[in-house]
Design a protein around this ligand. Sequence first.
Ligand SMILES: [Zn+2]
Length: 391
Amino acid sequence: MPPSANSFRCRNCIQIMFLCFHGTVVLGTNAPFTKILGFASTNSSFRIAIFADLHFGESASTDWGPLQDQNSTRVMSNVLHTENPDFVVYLGDVLTANNIPIKNATKYWEQAVWPTRSKNIPWASVFGNHDDMAFEWPQEWFGNLGVPSIQCSDSSLATDSPVSAPGSDQMADCYFQGTTRVELLETDAQHDLSHSLYGPESLWPSVSNYVLEIASYKHPKSPAALLYFIDSGGGSYPEVISNSQARWFQQTSAKRNPSSRIPEIIFWHIPSQAYKQIAPQPGCPIKDPCVGSINLESVASQEAEWGIMDILTDRTSVKAVFSGHNHGLDWCCPYKNLWLCFARHTGYGGYGTWPRGARILKLTEEPFELKSWIRMEDGTTHSHTILASAS
Ligand SMILES: [Zn+2]
């Protein structure tokens, strides 16, 4: 059964009494149930690492599948070590739930947030299309070889260890219906460092819809930027941002930022249909004004457009949207008054063997500037660009 909003809020009220290791967490008067991010006291810029498409639990029933999760953990650890970000965004498809035949896929989620958690860095997450999928039985299991013995025990999945693998073939531990968005979010949000929130229940089954505030470096009681997380669906329901979600954004942004003075940054997993309008031809070089390094597939967009892009482009304060989902794309291109960007495939799970990395955002407050680049697993960087500035 999903937890009630009230029980979550009470727990979160207690959480906001803690201080973050990275920057100050304060209780906002206009957002009483969210934690507010702050600049580190020694730094006037705020750095965000985006981990996209980790796909933990991919091929979970095989011996080699769990090795991919170890590789993904290594990518995240390397990026966190070199960038030392103030905040991490898990941009969806944290799991390949359709490969996970156990009830509590949250154990895999715990593995995915471990590198960030172990460095005491706060994070937030938004759902992708694979996170709450039901188990998909491979067709080949029903051929000559028959259904193999399935490993379903999660007894060796230690929540505090990044290294583990299901190790038993006891069917008694099997479960094939998937773990719900609410159950996954409950696990994520119970960590003191997590800033993930349940969205308004009126927007469900779309769950991860919420806004976070980065407090000003010089004036901590006012925001330096607002980060919006919007659930782009998929998995247990269609891949769309609904008209209700679009109106929720419109109303929330009008209330939180009526003069559009505060820069706003948007995160969702599946690119909107607008991405297709500006996409460089797949396989062709990425040319100015777009910036990026891989352009090897077509945009796999949301199934429909129910108004969110019109609302975003009506606001001069919205600077950029960041999506994952397409593992073979990492470009940013301008679209009207904002930028549409892909992150970078971070995980070893999921399709594609392109080198892994993470998109980095660096927000400077005075004068305002939003820079971005991609940090690769091997430590190199590329695709440096300025997405917005005060001038
Ligand atoms: Zn993916």
